[in-house]
Design a protein around this ligand. Structure first.
Ligand SMILES: NC(=O)c1ccc[n+]([C@@H]2O[C@H](COP(=O)([O-])OP(=O)(O)OC[C@H]3O[C@@H](n4cnc5c(N)ncnc54)[C@H](O)[C@@H]3O)[C@@H](O)[C@H]2O)c1
Length: 418
């Protein structure tokens, strides 16, 4: 079997991690049970480009149980859990191409290897697979029915391809399902970003100024959890509505240029580029810590920080000290890559349960209906979204009310007034 992972001896530890995460993924477990008996994806070839974590291990198992032939590559050079990658190869016979810390060239070589079986479905987290197929592996296009996309940045890239009429197969925007971004982006990124910064630095949040650029789904979650840990949170936004929301949620809001002089810790979660740059570094305090949790490592202008610095040294794992001319020190975490996956373990399994149930059900939907879909970015069908919420509530032992027939008629009518 073709694969490239760090060390197969790590497999037993990875297997335990996958099993542990699986305990917290009841919705995916119910799908696994159904898939194992019905084999709805028998023989379907899938290439997946996702963070290689214990939760992804469970998604891969679900797809295999459904009968699919899956190959997996990482969606970020720093997010791979090497033990999980090894376990998937050794115990699940799943071809994995991912090594934590791989360089740019290896990352793209691995991505290409994951496509070598000629996929019918692609699964992406950031659209690198779709963009590789459309640029370097075009002969594969004719065999592909459709793909799924996990994250906000990927959906933005794919919508841009569709608008320019250069997207040649349909994509399901898993990110846009309510049971994905309401929970994964907010509570998942919120908690795990705080966790990643903590594991890298061991700082005390209580009383420090934490500046967050971007008050979208992820930013709201990071702000909520940072406040819970006692930090004084400052929000920087470009969207007036979101800025207003942050104000009314009780946060200080100001331009980044002002916040730069106040912050002890900075986190970017915008999906945008060059958000923290030279003019901000210049104003920062000595000892400021800078991290990113947005998808790509372009939110912090690292070349500008390097250009301002006279030397750089590694202080701890995932912490680099930049000493600026004049003596001030700024600490960059996780090379500016997603800090929750670089320095911690990414989102907790409880939240990935819903994201990956959406992925599994969207793959099934594509295998059945993909041929009839236009070459565009499509939403996850509403009934899938609602079913996932229903199953999650059930797994938590929570019951809710139902509408009476009279209420249904009332809510659909216009003629009853005062
Ligand atoms: N770390 C993770 O595990 C993880 C998980 C989910 C999503 N993401 C990524 O996080 C990023 C944000 O996702 P989201 O779902 O919150 O997106 P979103 O669109 O809901 O929010 C982004 C916010 O950033 C703001 N913004 C854009 N440019 C800005 C700038 N220059 N300064 C200040 N604010 C700016 C936007 O106005 C918007 O409110 C994306 O790249 C997404 O792919 C990461």
């Amino acid at each position: 079997m073709d694969y490239d992972v760090k060390n197969l001896a790590l497999a037993p530890q990875g297997r335990l991690k996958i099993e542990w995460a699986g305990r917290f993924m009841p919705v995916l477990a119910s799908l696994k049970k159904k898939f194992a008996s019905q084999k709805p994806l028998r023989g379907v070839r899938i290439s997946a480009c996702l963070h290689v974590t214990s939760e992804t291990g469970n998604l891969m198992e679900a797809l295999q149980l459904a009968g699919a032939e899956v190959r997996l590559t990482a969606s970020n050079p720093l997010s791979t859990q090497d033990d999980v990658a090894a376990a998937l190869v050794k115990y699940y016979r799943l071809p994995v191409f991912a090594i934590k810390g791989e360089d740019h060239k290896t990352y793209y070589r691995h991505l290409s290897s994951s496509l070598d079986h000629g996929p019918q479905i692609t699964m992406d987290d950031g659209a690198d697979l779709v963009s590789t197929v459309h640029s370097k592996r075009r002969p594969l296009l004719k065999g592909i029915i459709g793909g799924t996309e996990e994250t906000t940045t990927g959906v933005i890239r794919l919508r841009s391809m569709a608008a320019k009429k250069v997207l040649f197969y349909p994509i399901i925007a898993v990110n846009d399902a309510d049971t994905k971004h309401f929970f994964d982006n907010r509570y998942g990124t919120g908690q795990s970003t705080i966790d990643g910064i903590l594991r890298a630095t061991n700082i005390l949040y209580a009383g420090l100024h934490l500046v967050i650029a971007g008050y979208g789904w992820c930013g709201r979650g990071v702000a909520m959890r940072a406040r819970g840990a006692g930090a004084k949170v400052i929000i920087c936004e470009v969207d007036p509505v979101r800025a207003l929301e942050a104000v009314m949620d009780g946060f200080e809001v100001m331009p980044l240029e002002e916040a730069a002089a106040l912050g002890d810790v900075f986190v970017t979660v915008t999906g945008d580029k060059n958000v923290i740059t030279r003019r901000h570094f210049i104003k920062m305090r000595d000892g400021a810590i800078v991290a990113n949790s947005g998808h790509f490592n372009v939110e912090i202008d690292i070349p500008a920080l390097a250009a301002l610095s006279r030397k750089k040294r590694k202080m701890r794992d995932y912490v680099e000290e930049y000493q600026l001319r004049g003596g001030k020190k700024i600490y960059l975490l996780g090379e500016g890559r997603l800090i929750n996956l670089a320095a911690a373990e990414g989102h907790p399994a409880m939240v990935m349960d819903m994201s990956f149930a959406n992925q599994a059900m969207s793959v099934l939907y594509l295998s059945r209906k993909g041929a009839a879909l236009t070459k565009d970015v499509h939403p996850v069908p509403k009934e899938i979204d609602v079913e996932i919420a229903r199953l999650k509530l059930k797994s938590m032992g929570i019951r809710i009310d139902t509408l009476t027939d009279e209420q249904k008629a009332y809510l659909a009518a216009w003629d009853e007034g005062t």
